[in-house]
Every structure is written in C-alpha cells, then in structure tokens.
Design a protein around this ligand. Structure first.
Ligand code: ARG
Length: 398
C-alpha cells in the first residue's frame, strides 16, 4: 500500500495538526477542502495546508452540487430529525466523502482521513459513505487515537512544528456551517438550561433586534425546484438558498435550540440556525398539501419524512433505502409548481398564502357560501357507514 492519504481539511487547528501528525507517521498528505457555502475565504487554505506539511492542497467549489443533489432531496423529503433539526451537518458529510474517494482514486491514495471525534455522528457518516463508495479504502481518524488531551496540547504541538496558530480572540463555540445552515456547539451551550448568548449566532439576529415592520417573501417552485424569490429568478440554486438565509435571518427567523439523540447514544444540546432550510421545507410542504390527494400526502408524512431523516442522520445516504425514498419524492416533485408567501416578523415566519398549478383545492367544494356544489345529502350516508364500527362497538359495550 502506498502511504498516501487524502484528508478532509478545514484549515482549522485540528485538521492542520492532523496534516503534521500524519506526515510524521510517514504519510504523504493531500488535503481536500470544499466550499459548501460556509461563507469562509478559502484563499489561504493552500498555504496553510502546505505549511502544516501537505504535499498538495485541493480546493473545490461544490456549492451548486451540494444545493442541487443534497439540500433539494432533503427539502423534497420534508426531513427534520426528531421533528426539529434540518440535518445540515449530516447532509454535507456524504458529499465530502464522495469527493474524498474521487480524489483518492485520482491521486492513487489508499487512505482517506477526517477530523471527527470518536463520540460524534460525523465519524459514522464519513466512514459509512466512504465505504459505500469504495469498500477497500482505509479510513484514518487521528483525533480518535492521538495523544492530545486538550486544545492547549494541540497548540503546543502546532507551535513546535511551525504550524501557524491564529491568535485571534476566538469565540468559545464550535461551528459547522454550510448553505443549509450552521450548527453551533460547545462552550456555554453545554449547559442545556442556559439561554444561548447573542454572540453565538451567525445567520440570524435576535427577534428583539429584528426590523419593526414585517416583510413578505414569496418563493416560487417549478417541478419541485425553487426558482425564484419575490419574482426574481435564479439561475444558481446555491445563490437562492444563500439569499434566503439572509432575507429570513435578518428577521430573526431560523433558530433551533434542542436536545438531540446522537447515534452513539449521547444526548447533546444543539443550537442551529437554518433560515433558508426551514423556509424551503415549509414552502415545499405547503404546495404538497395542495396538490397531493389525501392518501399520498398522509403516506408521505408517516412513511417518508421520518424514515428519511433517520437515514440521513445515521449516515446512510449512499443506501438503496435513501435512493428509493428519493424516487418516491421525485415522482411527487413533478407536481410541485406554485408559489408560497411567507410573512416574516421578529422571529416569526409562517405561510400566509399559497397557489399551485395542480392545486386540488376546489373553492366550490370548500365554500360555505351559496355556490357550494358539495352534495350535503351524501354526507348522511357517508357518516352512517363511517361510524358503523364504533356504533357496533358501542352496542356490544352496552
Ligand atoms: N449534532 C449535529 C449532527 O450530528 C451537528 C454536528 C456538528 N458537527 C460538528 N462537527 N460540529 O448533525
């Protein structure tokens, strides 16, 4: 085996120390850094990777692929883990894994490496994804096995090896950000009873600092794809998601504060911001509720949303199950053409209007006014037959 490894590299302290640590153990390290919409300048990444000891640094803009192939299927699935978390971190891991495997094949590396710890979900997502795509690749997770017990020890090692440690006054939080939102962890957030401080947030303002006037925002869909906001059409999906984050975040919409069950059995306090994710999920569901017959809509709610969220959360993106659920959702997507109007105001962001090309909402049937076309007499027979099982049970009990 060649001792060549492709490392998922963020440019932060952990992954920089990993570069050196692997190089010290005889590995030729090629770093891979993806732009998934984390909003960070990546121009210094190559220099950083090389200073840490990488032989090559690859930087890749995959925002559009991430938006199209990962965020959109999640939106179409209506998936929220534990009914709350829009799965933003869980969503980027399979794509990054796929890119690591492709690069490993290209440069002839037998190993890939990541910077996840041994107590999180990300290790599982990376490794399950990598092995689904290439079962013969070896995965290295240095953080799970190395000797450092604290950030201080890592900094000491970094300084000893000439790895630049940026001495900016760092926030006490750890962030994982992409187009679909940001996960904020650690520091004061580890006390689940304590309200998150304002300085923790990056995409949203607090409701009290949001504008005093409400704003309307209309999202337009064509065949399951969001194509415009307030009449402005987008040719790039990532840009639409990016702009939605800004438009809704400035009204304080999109915060989530929850206790989450991790795959490894730990409960953790998680704080997320996902203005665009939550809006798109709601908007999509709104059109579904208009265009799907009751049977299909209820099937989707009970048998697709929740299973899909678990599949993604638990690292099973590259599974037949996910592909099959996508096939169901893609079939529905053909019907999703329409517009959804939101009102945003101080943290509130709900649907206030909707229209759809294939709408099954028939005013003549729904109305309580004189042009009502529903056959009221049919209601009596229907109700009689529908109630029959309960009537019989009532008789038996009596
Ligand atoms: N708990 C979330 C998840 O498992 C967020 C993880 C954030 N990842 C990170 N490396 N900070 O999806």
């Amino acid at each position: 085996m060649s001792k060549r490894v492709v490392l998922a590299y963020s440019g932060g302290l952990d992954t920089s120390v990993i570069v050196r640590w692997l190089a010290d153990r005889g590995f030729e390290v090629i770093t891979y850094t993806a732009d998934v919409g984390q909003g960070e300048e990546l121009s210094e990444i190559e220099e950083k990777a090389k200073m840490a000891g990488a032989v090559e640094a690859v930087i890749d803009d995959i925002k559009e692929e991430f938006a199209r192939e990962y965020c959109m299927p999640l939106m179409r699935a209506g998936a929220l883990y534990e009914d709350k978390y829009p799965l933003l971190s869980a969503l980027s891991r399979p794509l990054i894994s796929k890119k690591l495997v492709e690069l490993a094949h290209k440069v002839g590396a037998d190993y890939v490496a990541h910077g996840s710890t041994g107590k999180g979900n990300d290790q599982v997502r990376f490794e399950a994804s990598v092995w689904a795509l290439d079962p013969d690749i070896e995965v290295l997770a240095p953080v799970r096995e190395w000797e450092f017990k604290s950030r201080e020890e890592e900094i000491e090692y970094a300084q000893k090896h000439g790895i630049p440690v940026v001495a900016t006054k760092e926030k006490p939080y750890s962030y994982d950000r992409n187009l679909w939102g940001v996960a904020i962890e650690s520091g004061p957030l580890e006390d689940p009873a304590a309200e998150p401080q304002e300085d923790a947030f990056v995409l949203t303002v607090s409701p009290e600092n949001a504008p005093d006037t409400p704003e309307y925002l209309e999202i337009e869909f064509e065949r399951g794809v969001p194509v415009g906001i307030n009449g402005n059409r987008y040719s790039e999906l990532w840009k639409l998601v990016w702009d939605l984050n800004e438009m809704a975040g400035k009204h304080g919409f999109g915060r989530i504060d929850m206790i989450e069950n991790r795959l490894v059995g730990i409960k953790s306090r998680e704080v997320y911001e996902s203005p665009a994710g939550l809006l798109l999920l709601k908007a999509y569901d709104e059109i579904e509720s208009m265009v799907l017959d009751r049977f299909t809509y209820h099937y989707k709610i009970t048998h697709v949303r929740h299973p899909y969220s678990e599949v993604v959360y638990n690292g099973l993106w590259f599974s037949t199950l996910r592909e099959s659920l996508d096939a169901f959702n893609d079939n529905i997507a053909k019907l999703i053409t329409g517009k959804v109007k939101f009102k945003l105001y101080k943290g509130y962001g709900d649907v206030v209007g909707r229209s759809a090309e294939k709408s099954m909402y028939i005013e003549d049937l729904a109305t309580y006014s004189p042009h009502d076309s529903f056959d009221h007499k049919a209601g009596a027979a229907f109700t009689k037959v529908w109630s029959l099982p309960l009537k019989v049970a009532g008789r038996v009990r009596k």
